[in-house]
Design a protein around this ligand. Structure first.
Ligand SMILES: Cc1cc2nc3c(=O)[nH]c(=O)nc-3n(C[C@H](O)[C@H](O)[C@H](O)COP(=O)(O)O)c2cc1C
Length: 339
């Protein structure tokens, strides 16, 4: 079997492994990334961070840029429609020591695209080019003053705006010509949102068309799906998104499958609850109790999905509001599961 699990070499940065946690707004914070790293992820991407917010030094933005102690590698994803703002943000973001600076060109949310950012950039390639150039130059300028190396810039795109404007090859090539060192492709159009099937053949065609590493995204819900994506597209790495929610084991399972050709066992209910507790504690540590308790509801429902008594525990989680309450629910569930 070809060796699908390997490092990703970018200019000045060798990422140990090619199984990434995708940028996921509302989910891929320092707490979740640290859990995924512990379970075998090679690197995690932050949630999308506004260049404006970064330049204004907003508190909310700073919170998105927290980095966990076990994140040896960490990619910051930025979004903007303004090359000047990108230039300033690239210098600002350098103080967070990102290993990769990623540009979001795939977000479908109306609030973002109406301002010309996210997937709207795929409809304005000259602007996209200017933003990638600004990010590359901004980071390089800052690095020069620090006598350090600038991190590589990567770009995350979709297949196109809609089915009548599929332009992922042109978009990726524009980004590479402007200095991007890696392209991630979520092979759905903006019009598809997150529904319908991802068109993996676009990944294969992109891999044949550009010279930089291609990372595949879309419909990766199991280690077997990741193996199939590697085999059928020749992509250099994969990015788990919804498939990792409540399921960070997907990274070590995929690594094992890619290295040995054999699956490993699913985690027990006890292990799921133990990791959910650890994630909860990490979220409180990074985000404070109030925010963590709000954001952990969805994560905890995902962890407990499929465990025995899932419906009852879900009901308790939905109504809980403090760290102590969540801990009590999980610990109680843990004891019941063990009996
Ligand atoms: C709730 C949610 C939030 C997301 N946020 C981002 C984001 O901030 N930046 C980004 O580039 N993609 C974002 N994505 C897209 C994912 O990174 C990924 O490309 C997409 O979910 C496809 O993979 P999947 O079908 O395996 O889930 C988001 C997806 C979801 C479901």
């Amino acid at each position: 079997m070809p060796q699908f699990y390997h490092d990703i070499e970018l200019p000045g940065c060798k990422i140990p492994g090619n199984l990434f946690l995708a940028p996921i707004a509302g989910f891929s914070d320092a707490a979740f990334r640290s859990i995924c790293i512990e379970k075998g992820a090679s690197m995690g991407f932050t949630e999308m961070v506004s260049c404006d917010g970064l330049v204004r030094n907003g508190e909310k933005t700073k919170a998105l840029l927290k980095r966990a102690a076990n994140e040896d590698f960490f990619a910051v994803q930025l979004f903007t429609s303004d090359p000047e703002m990108a230039l300033k943000a690239a210098a600002e973001v350098m103080s967070y020591r990102p290993d990769v600076i990623d540009l979001n060109c795939g977000c479908p949310v109306p609030k973002v695209v109406k301002n010309g950012a996210g997937s709207a950039l795929m409809n304005d390639l000259p602007r996209l080019k200017d933003i990638v150039t600004a990010l590359t130059e901004g980071a390089a300028e800052y690095a020069k003053t620090e006598r350090s190396a600038a991190p590589p810039v990567s770009v995350k795109i979709r297949s196109g705006w809609d089915s009548s404007s599929i332009n992922y090859i042109e978009t990726a090539q524009t980004a590479v010509d402007a200095g991007a060192s890696m392209i991630s492709l979520h092979s759905r159009t903006r019009a598809q949102g997150y529904s319908g099937r991802a068109a993996w053949e676009h990944l294969r065609i992109l891999k044949e068309s550009i010279s930089v590493p291609v990372i595949g995204s879309g419909d990766l819900f199991s280690p077997e799906a990741a193996l199939e994506m590697f085999e059928s597209t020749g992509c250099d790495g994969v990015m788990f998104s919804r498939g990792a929610l409540g399921n960070p084991w997907i990274f070590e399972q995929t690594k094992h499958l890619l290295l040995t050709g054999k699956p490993i066992e699913q985690p027990s209910d006890l292990e799921k609850i133990a990791v959910a507790l650890k994630h909860l504690d990490a979220a409180v540590f990074f985000n404070g109790e109030a925010r963590a308790c709000k954001e952990m509801k969805k994560h905890l429902c995902s962890y407990t999905k499929g465990t025995s008594g899932a419906a009852a525990i879900r009901n308790l989680i939905v109504h809980a509001s403090s760290h102590a309450e969540y801990r009590e629910i999980l610990l109680h569930h843990n004891t019941e599961t063990a009996e």
